[in-house]
Design a protein around this ligand. Structure first.
Ligand code: ZN
Ligand code: ZN
Length: 287
């Protein structure tokens, strides 16, 4: 019978397809027999795939504001930029908040830093602390885009003279390996692209891995970093005679930026400014 024969021809093909698919019940029997747990392999694999997709596409697709979750194409929505990127009176040399519109703080008057000017978007507080923490430790290099845009806007608003080149403050090799990227370079390269100026990833190198600054008392931080940076011979030509912007995510005491700027100036840089996303506020009683 024709219909029955047709059904007879199609039925075996469906059966064959079912046999060739991996039956999860079979995995449930085979994997324990092999002494393996499916989750041990499948979960990290799925996490790696989803992280790769996030990193690759989040920077390209419109999505949610990183702070309020509202719809935006710019990482930070207009409302959050207006609310959290408010310019305040700061020392032109070290970007510490000043109680009045003075050109310089007393610390910088007493002991001027080697860099000429410092610009930041805001103090290291909400929401910048969370954004930077996620940028550094949360495998989210795509956050460099909105952070660099906010930094460029702050520099424009403060009338920062455009540098001839951006220099990333290098992370130690160990930390770069741990994080998978160098956050200062992610920022510097985007700032360079935005203003069509070169950005150098290796104009500075760390001479040694200094003791992490956070573990040291404030007074010892500069000594810990003396001579910590140098300009490699191959990079001297790209530094000599240039007005440079040294780029990092956060300026805390300024000791790291001082050491790095000193090395750039010693190699012949004409001027060094410091560009950071956030500035740690002065300890209570020092503002
Ligand atoms: Zn927002
Ligand atoms: Zn100052």
């Amino acid at each position: 019978m024709q219909p029955g024969r047709r059904a007879g021809r199609t039925q075996p093909r469906r059966d064959a397809g079912q046999r060739s698919a991996i039956d999860p019940r079979a995995l449930g029997i085979v994997i324990p027999l092999l002494g393996l747990h499916a989750g041990q392999y499948i979960e990290p694999m799925l996490e790696a795939i989803s992280q790769g997709i996030r990193v690759r596409w989040r920077a390209r697709l419109p999505g949610c504001c990183e702070v309020c979750g509202g719809w935006t194409r710019a990482g930070l929505c207009a409302g959050c930029r207006e609310r959290f990127c408010v310019p305040v009176a700061r020392c032109a040399r070290c970007a510490i908040v000043l109680p009045a519109a003075l050109p310089c703080c007393t610390d910088c008057l007493r002991e001027p830093p080697p860099f000429e000017r410092c610009i930041c978007v805001a103090d290291y507080g909400f929401p910048w602390d969370r954004l930077i923490s996620r940028f550094k430790y949360g495998s989210a290099p795509e956050l460099a885009g909105p952070l660099a845009a906010a930094l460029q806007a702050a520099a424009d608003a403060a009338g920062m003279p455009p540098p001839q080149a951006f220099v990333a403050l290098p992370l130690s090799a160990r930390r770069t390996a741990e994080r998978g990227y160098d956050q200062a370079w992610e920022l510097a390269s985007r700032l360079g692209r935005r203003s069509a100026r070169p950005a150098h990833a290796r104009a500075l190198e760390r001479q040694r891995d200094a003791t992490p600054q956070a573990r040291l008392p404030r007074a010892q931080r500069q000594r810990n970093l003396d001579g910590a940076f140098s300009v490699p011979a191959g990079a001297i030509a790209s530094v000599r005679g240039c007005h440079l912007a040294l780029v990092d995510d956060v300026l805390t005491t300024g000791a790291t930026a001082r050491a790095a700027a000193t090395a750039l100036l010693a190699a012949g840089a004409a001027r060094v400014d410091v560009w950071v996303v956030a500035r740690t506020p002065a300890p209570l009683g020092e503002a």
